[in-house]
Design a protein. Structure first.
Length: 218
């Protein structure tokens, strides 16, 4: 059993579809911010979400772009790098989640992939009282800009060992973070963690980070 539902998050400028899943007795909720050109149906994020659910966490996978915006982005790739837009949408989803009767009492973690990681870090900086932990998978934390120094939530940066450029960008971003953080390189993994066993390592690391850093709900 557990919580499983499709939801629509109504924001000032958009209505965003979301998939909510997790056990009835969840100890926390993790909101996913997908990466460049992806969606809430991303097989990698769905796989990570299932591991988190087995570890007692609820998950919310949401599209940060509307269907119309996604069609534009598929042609131009311009919106996936609009961190202000993505972070604003994600912050709106955080506020929606905090007001939900079933999940609002739970501590919130953010899991961001690629450009979604930058949006997650900006949202964490904007909502420091609501975001208890952040995990970035193959992320671009450098795109969070000045918000990096405002993040207070413990942050785990996961990067593939074959993803040399992104490793460097994560190292540079980590130097700006003042929040507790850890940078872990997954050996033999590329940017998308498609190599056998590498995504399992990401899911296990994320589950460990969230269960460690999300406080027990009152």
């Amino acid at each position: 059993m557990g919580v499983r539902a499709e939801a629509t998050v109504s924001l000032r400028d958009a209505r965003l579809p979301a998939d909510v899943d997790g056990p009835d007795d969840a100890v926390g909720v993790v909101l996913f911010a997908h990466g460049s050109g992806s969606s809430r149906h991303s097989p990698r994020n769905v796989a990570v979400a299932r591991v988190l659910q087995r570890r007692g966490l609820a998950t919310v996978l949401v599209d940060l772009l509307t269907a119309e915006e996604d069609a534009v982005d598929a042609r131009t790739a311009e919106l996936r790098f609009d961190i202000d837009l993505l972070a604003g949408r994600l912050t709106g989803v955080v506020d929606w989640l905090a007001a939900e009767p079933a999940l609002g009492r739970l501590p919130i973690g953010l899991f961001g992939a690629s450009t979604g990681a930058a949006a997650a870090l900006v949202a964490a900086a904007v909502r420091p009282q609501r975001i208890a932990a952040v995990v970035s998978r193959g992320g671009r934390p450098d795109l969070a800009g000045p918000a990096l120094s405002e993040v207070r939530a413990p942050t785990l940066l996961l990067v593939g060992g074959l993803d040399d450029q992104v490793i460097t960008l994560n190292e540079q971003a980590a130097e700006v973070l003042v929040a507790p953080y850890e940078l872990r390189v997954v050996p033999g993994a590329g940017h998308l963690f498609e190599e056998p066993g590498t995504l399992d390592q990401v899911a296990d690391a994320a589950a460990g980070w969230f269960t460690l850093h999300l406080p027990v709900p009152a």
